[in-house]
Design a protein around this ligand. Sequence first.
Ligand code: 5AD
Ligand code: SF4
Length: 465
Amino acid sequence: MTEISKAEILRQKDFISRISDINSKKEHKPLAFVETYGCAQNFNDSEKICGMLSDMGFGFCENKEIADLIIYNTCAVRENAEMRVYGNIGAIKNIKRKREGVLLGVCGCMVQQEKIAENVKKRYPYVDMIFGTHALYRFPEILANAMEKNRVFDIENSEGAICEDISCKREAPPLAKVPIMYGCNNFCTYCIVPYVRGRERSRKVEAVLSEVRQVASEGYKEVMLLGQNVNSYGNDFKDGTSFAYLLGEVCKIDGIERVRFMTSHPKDISDELIDVMAREEKICNQLHLPVQCGSSRILEKMNRRYTKEQYLEIVRKVREKMPDIVLTTDIIVGFPGETNEDFEETIDVLKKVRYDTIFSFIYSKRGGTPAAVMEDCLTEEEKHKNFDRLLEVQNEISKEKNDEYLGRIEKVLVEGASKTNPEYMSGRTDGGKIVNFKGNTDMVGKIIDVKITKTQTWSLGGEVL
Ligand code: 5AD
Ligand code: SF4
C-alpha cells in the first residue's frame, strides 16, 4: 500500500488556503451544489469533496439555480445511473448561459472510464472539470485551475494510493460512514468497479480507529465500515490482520454504540468473522450478503467463486450462531445466458434463505467487462417478467418477516424526523429495519425502546415505551 506523500498533501493544502483567501474576499460566500449517485463509498467521497469545499470557504445549497459551483459525483455500476448524469449535465447548459462564472465539475466512477470521460469532454464543452476517483485528493488543485479558467481533465490512474488527512463534511449525527479499504480484486464478470476503483487497498488499522474515535467524539453513535469487500480487509498487509480483528478493535471505542459494515463477499466470510459478530454486542444483528444469482452455472459465469450450495451453507452457519440475524442481499436478473430454469434457482434461494430485504437489478451491460461480450438468451420482456416475479415473491417474504416483529420491543437508534410527518420520528432497529413512531427531535441520536405495533413490507411502526 502506498500513501500519498506528506509533500503532496501539503501542496493540496496550499491550494486550499489560496482558494479560501480568494473566497473570503468575496461579497457573498460562494455556494456549492453537490449531487451524488451510487453507493455508500461514493457518498463518502462526496463528504470529502464537501469537507475540502468547506475548508476552501464554500457554503452549500440544494438548488443548483443559485449555485456558484456544481459537482456531479457519478456512478458507473448500471446504465440508468449514467443516463441520469448525462441528462443533468445537459440541463446545466442553460444555467451556465444565464449566470457567468458558474463552474461545473463531473467526477467519480463514470468518468474514471477513459472513453466515457473523453465523450463527456467532447459532448459538453462547458464542463470545466472532469476528474476520476483516483484524483479525489487533488480536487483543491483541480478547482484552483478551473477558477483560473483552465479546463481540467484528470483521469490519471494513481491506483494503489491512499490519501489520509482529507477533511470530511458528514451529515449530522448519529450515523457516520468510515471507509476501511478501497478498490476490489474480485472481477465479477458483470462489474465495472474493479476497473474504476482499482485494486484492493486497506487503510491502516490505526487510521480507521483514529477516524472512528474522532466521529465518536463528535457525537456519532453508529459507524458503517465501508469497503467493496470488507471481508478481505488487511489481506494486503500480509501480516494476518483480518476484518474480524478490526471489528473487535472498533467495538472497544467508547461512545460508538453500533457498528455495521458493507459489503461482504460470501466467498470470504470466515468463521472468525461469524464468531466476532455473535460475540460483540455493538456489532449489529445484520448481514448484507450478495448472492447475485441462485444458479451455480450462472454464478460460475459471474466469477463469484461459490456455488448455490456453498452459499446456503454459509447462511446456515451464520444463522446457527445468530438465529434472528437480519439478512439482505443483492440479485441480478438477466445475466447473459441466464435461462428461466436458472432464474427458478434464484427464486429457490429466496424461499430457502428468506431474506428480510433484497436489492434487485436487471443486468446492465458494462463496456470492458467480460460479461459484455457473453451471449444472451432471454428477451428484455422475459427479463422484466422475471424481475417482477422476483419482487412479488420477495415482498411477501419481507412482509411475513416484518410481521414477526409485531408486539416485540425493539431498541431503535433515532435518526431524525420523518420526511412526511414532522410529528413522527424515524430510526432503525439493531437489525437495520426502519421504524416510524410518534416522538420529538430531542430523541435524535438516542437509543430508545419502541414497541412494534404496525408492520409494512419496507418498514415497521411503533410506540415509544
Ligand atoms: N448490472 C446490474 N447490476 C449490477 N451490479 C453490479 N454490476 C451490475 C451490472 N452490470 C449490482 C450487483 C452489486 C450491486 C452493488 O450492483 O448486484 O452487488
Ligand atoms: Fe463488483 Fe464483485 Fe467487486 Fe462487488 S465483489 S465490487 S460485485 S467485482
